[in-house]
Structure formats: C-alpha cells, structure tokens
Design a binder for this molecule. Structure first.
Ligand code: PAF
Length: 303
C-alpha cells in the first residue's frame, strides 16, 4: 500500500501543483520529475494555498528520467500537447508495472501513451477542481470539484485502490467505469467555453450573453456525439455548458489564461481533436472550425 502513496508528478503547473499540495497535505510522498531544461527551474519549495486560504509548504523530492526505476506512480499533469515530449525521456526507463495517470484537459494523448508504454497500467482522469498558478511556486486551489478516474487498458483495472487513497486527499475522487464518456462530455464543455471566453476576453459567467453561439456550437456536434453513443438533444449540451459556466462564473478559463500570458493554448486537444474526429467520419463543423482558426491566429500573433 505504501507504494500507492508515493507519487511522481510530471508537469507542475496549476493542476500539478494543486495535486502536489493536496497529496502532500494528506501525507502522501510527492516527487517532481524534471525532464527538460525548462523544468530545471522548478521551485524547491511549493506554497500550496488550500480552499480555506491556509498555506502549506510542500518540499518535494526531485527525480530525473534516469531515476525512473524509483517511480511507483506517475501522475502526468502537463498540458496535452506536452505529454509526448515530456514522457519521451521515460520510454524504456519507466518500470512496466508503474501505473500512469493522465490528468489534463482535452483528448488525443491516450494512443501515443499506449503505443510507447504498452505494458503499463494506463489510467485517465478528469477533474473539475479549479487551480491557479499565482507564481511558479505559489499554487492556489480556487474551487472544489470532482475527480473521476478510470482504466484506459485492462492492466489498469487493478488500480481501483489507488482511487480510494486519492479520495482521502482530494475534495472528491471516484472510480469511473465510463471514463471515456466523461472525457467526451468534458471535451464538449471545454470546446465551447474555452475558445468563446478567450476570444471575447470574458470570465466564464459572462457566457450567458452568448447563448446563440453556444446553441450553434452544441447543435453542430450532435452527429459526431451520436457516433460516440450520445443521444442527448441540443438542450442537454447547452444546459451542461451553461451550468459549468455559472459554477465557475468568476474564473477565467484555462485557454483565456494561456493566451493572456502568451502561452500556447490547448485548442488542438479540444477543438482540434473534435475537428479531426469529424473529418474521419466525413462530418463538418464550420462553427468550431471558425473558432479554431481564430484561436490559432491569436496564438500566432504572439509568436
Ligand atoms: O479549462 C478550464 O478552464 C476548465 O476546464 C473549465 C471547466 C472550462 C472552467 O474554467
């Protein structure tokens, strides 16, 4: 059981830092993995501000890919587009029994991880916890949320006890037998909220004034969602989007924050993933394509 309390985190942004803080506060051992030059500047001590405003100091161990033998649980909290470059140094080094838990917005990384780490138990997680990187060493937990984790391959089915331990550290964590369904639902919500808020420079709550756009974007996805086994009507998706926007009303979406800071956005793992899936099935998504093009133009204007 001790090895289930020994986490190595790859990607110490807002979510990675929040996980480090929550796990360490609950008595789990936390190490940070450095894989590239950028991460050499990882803070030595993290300041984790919990939901009550209390500050907890986290003093993680630091590991390099050559230490991969010591990784008993790998939590990958990089952005989706960083998963492949950040995990590449672990290929042929990570023990094959080490479970990998992917926890990021968007989709499209699972196949790459399965191809390069075929024997490792692979878990997929989604979380609605809010976290903010106030400074690289100061992470604020801004809102409680739900975390759902499920198996992406048969080997991961044995990892359920891990989720019970996580539930002691997080506001909520539970096992899901339908993790891909939940991932798709979150993907739809993100693909509507994130580009609309980033392009209109608004917090999530102000999306209430964009109902016509939200309806168009949701309607357009229905044939693609039907192919994934979803039969819910447009109203279901519009209500879901508006519900999340109102629960996170004062938050600026992660895409808004990324673009405001001149960082690449996760548009490829959100809208880009939907567009690729639609193309594969001969469907077209003109409203989503237009958002994709505008976000890409914004990203390029930073370069
Ligand atoms: O990416 C985000 O910001 C979040 O997933 C969400 C749910 C849209 C809330 O801001």
């Amino acid at each position: 059981m001790e090895s289930l309390r020994n986490w190595t985190i790859l990607g110490c942004g807002a979510i990675g830092g929040m996980m480090a803080g929550l796990l360490s506060r609950a008595g789990h051992q936390v190490s940070l993995l450095r894989t590239d030059k950028e991460q050499v500047t990882l803070p030595i001590i993290l300041r984790f501000e919990d939901l009550d405003g209390q500050i907890h100091q986290v003093e993680p161990d630091f590991l390099l890919p050559k230490d991969a033998d010591n990784i008993s649980l790998l939590l990958v909290t990089t952005k989706a587009y960083q998963v492949a470059p950040a995990m590449t140094p672990l290929i042929d080094r990570l023990p094959t029994h080490t479970p990998i838990l992917l926890l990021h917005n968007g989709m499209g990384t699972e196949d790459w991880v399965k191809d390069h780490f075929p024997d490792n138990p692979l878990l997929i997680g989604i979380t609605s916890n809010g976290a903010l990187l106030v400074e690289p060493e100061h992470i604020r937990h801004t809102g409680p949320g739900e975390t759902w984790i499920g198996a992406a391959n048969p080997a991961a089915q044995a990892c359920r006890p891990l989720v019970e331990l996580l539930a002691q550290a997080l506001p909520h964590a539970a096992w899901s037998e339908q993790i891909h369904r939940q991932q798709w639902t979150k993907l739809v919500i993100n693909a509507v909220i994130n580009p609309l808020t980033a392009l209109n420079n608004i917090p999530n709550g102000e999306l209430i004034a964009f109902q016509a756009d939200i309806q168009t974007l949701c309607r357009e996805l229905l044939p693609l969602l039907a192919q994934q086994g979803f039969s819910a009507p447009e109203k279901y998706w519009v209500d879901k989007v508006l519900q999340v926007a109102s629960l996170t009303a004062s938050n600026y979406s992660s895409m808004h924050q990324d673009l405001a800071r001149g960082r690449p956005s996760e548009i490829d793992a959100m809208t880009g993933f939907l567009l690729a899936e639609a193309r594969r099935l001969g469907l077209s998504l003109p409203a989503h394509q237009a958002l994709y093009d505008k976000i890409k133009a914004k990203e390029n204007s930073h370069e």
